[in-house]
Design a protein around this ligand. Structure first.
Ligand code: SAH
Length: 506
C-alpha cells in the first residue's frame, strides 16, 4: 500500500499575497496538489509547484463547483494516492473558514494533516485601514461575529442583546448584504444609534475602500458608496481614530489597475513594485518565452567557449537560458571565467550578478545602439559571442562587426507572440477598467498595437493610458498609433511606475 500523503490546511491571508506565512509557502512549494478557494489571491499560487485547482461554491470562470463533502472527499482521495496536498483558504482556515470540518473529515479517514494559521481578514483590515480594535482607552475586547445569519431568524445562534452589551469592538464577517439589518438589530437591542461603525471592503487589496459612519446611517452610507464584497463591518469607537494611521490608503497608485505585458514567470519584481505603490498588477503576457526548439547549436558553442573573448547578453532570459543549459550539460561559471561579459541593462547585469558574475560593460541606457557604441572600441580584433533570442533587432552585430569584431550569434531562447490579448486584461480594457498599460520595450508596443480590436483601441486614451519605459519605446508606440501619456526618466519598471505617479499628480 502507498504511504498516505499529508494534507496541509493553510491560511493564505486575505487580499495582499504577501500576507501568506513562511510555513504556508513551504507547504505550497512541496504540494503535488493545491485546492484553493475563491478568496485566495491568484498570485499566492506563484509559490505552488504542483497542480492548482479552484474550488468554488458557485460555478465561475475556470472554477469547479464543489460542495463541502466533495472537497473533503477529494482531499482524502489525494492523500490516499500518496500525494502531498494543500487545502488553501482565504484568511485563516479556522475563522469562519470551515477548516475544522475538513480537519475532522481527515481525522476520521486517518489521513495525517497539519493546520497552518493565516492572517484573518479582520486583523488585515484593521492594519490596512488604520483601525485598532483594542484601542487601549476605548476597547478592551474584540468579538468576531458572523453576519451571515438573519438577525430576525428566531433560531439564530446570535444573541443581539448580548452583542449590544459587549464591552468592546464588534467585527462582522460575511455581513455586507445585511449591514442595515445588523445595525438595526443592534440599535433595537439598545446600542446607541450614534455608535461609530465602518465597513472595510476588499481589505489589503489595491481596491480597498473604507466607509466610516454611525450605526443609524451605516446602511445608507454603504449603499451609496457602492461597496463590494468581501467586506467587514466594524462597530466601535475605534473606527474614528484611523485617519492619521491609514497608511495603506495613502499609497500613490491605490486602486489603479496596471496591465503588465511581461512574459509569465518574469513579472515578480514588477508585481512587488505595483503592490508597494498600491496598484493592482494585471498580468497580460504578449510573448511566451520557450527554450530553443533544438539545443544542438547551443551545445556546440558551449563546447568551445574558450574560443571567445566576449560574451554578450541583451536580456535576463538570455542569461537564464544560457547558464541553465550550461549547468544542465555539466558546466558552470568557470566555463566563462576567461571571457569578458557585457549586459544591455541593469536587469540583465543583475541576472549575471545572481550567478556571482560581474558585467564588465553595462551601458547607461537600455539600448542596443548604446551597447554597441560602448563595446565598439573594446572589441576590435576580438571574438564576440552573443546569446540571443530567436527574434530581435540586428543593430548590435552590425555595429560590432563595423568595429572590427568577429561576431557569432547563438539563439538561446525563443520568444513567441500571443495571438490575442490575454484575459482578464482584455475584458478589463474593453470595460474601461484598466487604468494603465506599461510598455517595457519597442517590440512590446508594436505587438500590443497589432492585438487591439476596435473596442480596446477606443479605450486607449479614454479610460486606459499607456506608460513607456523609455523614449525609444514611446517612439515605437507613437509610430504604431498608440498615444503615450507617461515616459520613464529611469529606464526600469520602477521608473515606469514612478512616471505614472508623476503623470497622475501632474
Ligand atoms: N477564513 C476567512 C474568512 C472566510 S468567511 C478569514 O479568516 O479571513 C468570508 C468573509 O471574510 C467575507 O464575507 C468577508 O466578511 C471576510 N473577508 C475575507 N477577505 C476579506 C477582505 N479582503 N476584505 C474584507 N473582508 C474579507
Amino acid at each position: 500500500m502507498l504511504p498516505l500523503g499529508t494534507v496541509y490546511l493553510v491560511g493564505a491571508g486575505p487580499g495582499d499575497p504577501g500576507l501568506l506565512t513562511l510555513r504556508g509557502r513551504e507547504c505550497l512549494a512541496r504540494a503535488d496538489l493545491v485546492l484553493y478557494d475563491g478568496l485566495v489571491h491568484p498570485l499566492v499560487l506563484r509559490h505552488a509547484r504542483g497542480i492548482a485547482q479552484r474550488t468554488a461554491r458557485a460555478a465561475g470562470p475556470g472554477g469547479l463547483r464543489l460542495d463541502q463533502a466533495e472537497i473533503n472527499r477529494q482531499l482524502i482521495d489525494a492523500a490516499r494516492r500518496g500525494l502531498t496536498v494543500v487545502r488553501l483558504k482565504g484568511g485563516d482556515p479556522l475563522i469562519f473558514g470551515r477548516g475544522s470540518e475538513e480537519a475532522h473529515a481527515l481525522a476520521e479517514a486517518g489521513v495525517p494533516f497539519e493546520i497552518v494559521p493565516g492572517v484573518t481578514a479582520a486583523t488585515a483590515a484593521g492594519a490596512y485601514s488604520g483601525i485598532s480594535f483594542t484601542q487601549r482607552d476605548t476597547s478592551s475586547a474584540v468579538a468576531f461575529v458572523t453576519g451571515h445569519e438573519d438577525p430576525g431568524k428566531p433560531a439564530s445562534l446570535l444573541d443581539y442583546d448580548a452583542l449590544a452589551r459587549f464591552p468592546g469592538t464588534l467585527v462582522f464577517y460575511m455581513g455586507l448584504h445585511r449591514v442595515a439589518a445588523i445595525a438595526d438589530a443592534l440599535i433595537a437591542a439598545g446600542k446607541p444609534p450614534s455608535t461609530p461603525a465602518a465597513v472595510v471592503s476588499r481589505a489589503a487589496t489595491p481596491l480597498q475602500r473604507t466607509v466610516v459612519s454611525t450605526l443609524d446611517n451605516l446602511g445608507n452610507d454603504v449603499a451609496s458608496a457602492g461597496l463590494q464584497p468581501p467586506s467587514l463591518v466594524i462597530v466601535g469607537d475605534c473606527v474614528t481614530r484611523r485617519e492619521q494611521i491609514a497608511w495603506f490608503e495613502k499609497r500613490p497608485l491605490l486602486g489603479q489597475r496596471i496591465g503588465i505585458p511581461r512574459p509569465e514567470g518574469q513579472a515578480d519584481p514588477v508585481i512587488e513594485c505595483c503592490f508597494e505603490l498600491g496598484a493592482e498588477p494585471v498580468l497580460m503576457p504578449l510573448i511566451r518565452i520557450l527554450p530553443p526548439a533544438d539545443w544542438t547549436a547551443v551545445d556546440a558553442v558551449l563546447q568551445r567557449l574558450h574560443e571567445f573573448d566576449w560574451l554578450v547578453f541583451t536580456s535576463v532570459n538570455g542569461v537564464e537560458q544560457f547558464f541553465g543549459r550550461l549547468w544542465a550539460q555539466g558546466g558552470d561559471a568557470r566555463n566563462v571565467g576567461r571571457l569578458k561579459l557585457a549586459a544591455i541593462g541593469t536587469a540583465t547585469s543583475e541576472a549575471l550578478a545572481r550567478r556571482q558574475l560581474r558585467a564588465d560593460v553595462v551601458p547607461e541606457s537600455f539600448r542596443a545602439e548604446e551597447l554597441g557604441a560602448k563595446l565598439g572600441p573594446l572589441v576590435q580584433g576580438q571574438r564576440v559571442l552573443w546569446a540571443r533570442a530567436s527574434r530581435g533587432r540586428d543593430v548590435l552585430p552590425t555595429l560590432l562587426r563595423e568595429a572590427g569584431a568577429t561576431m557569432e550569434e547563438v539563439v538561446v531562447y525563443q520568444n513567441i507572440d500571443a495571438d490575442a490579448l490575454p484575459e482578464p486584461a482584455a475584458a478589463l480594457l474593453e470595460a474601461g477598467q484598466l487604468d494603465w498599460i506599461g510598455l517595457s520595450s519597442p517590440s512590446m508596443a508594436t505587438r500590443l498595437a497589432t492585438l487591439l480590436g476596435p473596442a480596446a483601441r477606443a479605450a486607449l486614451g479614454r479610460t486606459t493610458r499607456l506608460a513607456a519605459i523609455s523614449p525609444v519605446t514611446a517612439e515605437a508606440a507613437a509610430a504604431a498609433g498608440l498615444p503615450v501619456a507617461a515616459v520613464a526618466d529611469v529606464f526600469t519598471w520602477q521608473g515606469l511606475l514612478d512616471a505614472i505617479v508623476a503623470a497622475r499628480r501632474g
